[in-house]
Design a protein. Structure first.
Length: 137
């Protein structure tokens, strides 16, 4: 980056998480560019949003999963979900090959037959899904 170019070589997109905003209010925002000499431009026209009508589907079907121990040395991994109902488990090796496919009624997955390495653990419970890195030592 060289002086005098201001924000030309900087990011032009941002994602801002604003958890727990009261949903009964309207929020306004605007941006301002700052150059290398910290001289600011005029603010851009104000935009607004209302969290009660803003819905992101990015995490809508995400399943919260607790996987432990991770890394695993014991040959077993606990997979805990909030509903604790039967869950479909698919474990992939680093090359994308399926190494385990099963439905767990309990929270314990036997990984004692697996080689040490990094795996991707996909857990489905109903319509919700999670993918987690699992390390076997």
């Amino acid at each position: 980056m060289s002086a005098g170019k201001g924000n030309v070589e900087h990011k032009t997109e941002w994602i801002v998480n604003l958890p727990n905003l009261p949903t009964d209010k309207k929020y306004h925002w605007s941006v301002q560019s700052i150059d290398a000499a910290f001289s600011g431009s005029d603010f851009a026209a104000s935009k607004s949003f209302n969290p009660s009508v803003s819905l992101s589907s990015q995490n809508f079907n995400k399943l919260d999963v607790l996987v432990y121990p991770n890394p695993s040395k014991s040959g077993f991994v606990n997979i805990v979900t909030p509903n604790n109902t039967p869950k479909k488990i698919v474990l992939y090796d680093i090359h994308g090959r399926t190494v385990i496919t099963k439905t767990l009624k309990e929270n314990i997955l036997d990984v004692s037959n697996l080689s040490s390495g990094v795996y991707l653990l996909k857990v489905n419970e109903g319509e919700r899904q999670s993918i987690t890195k699992l390390v076997i030592e």
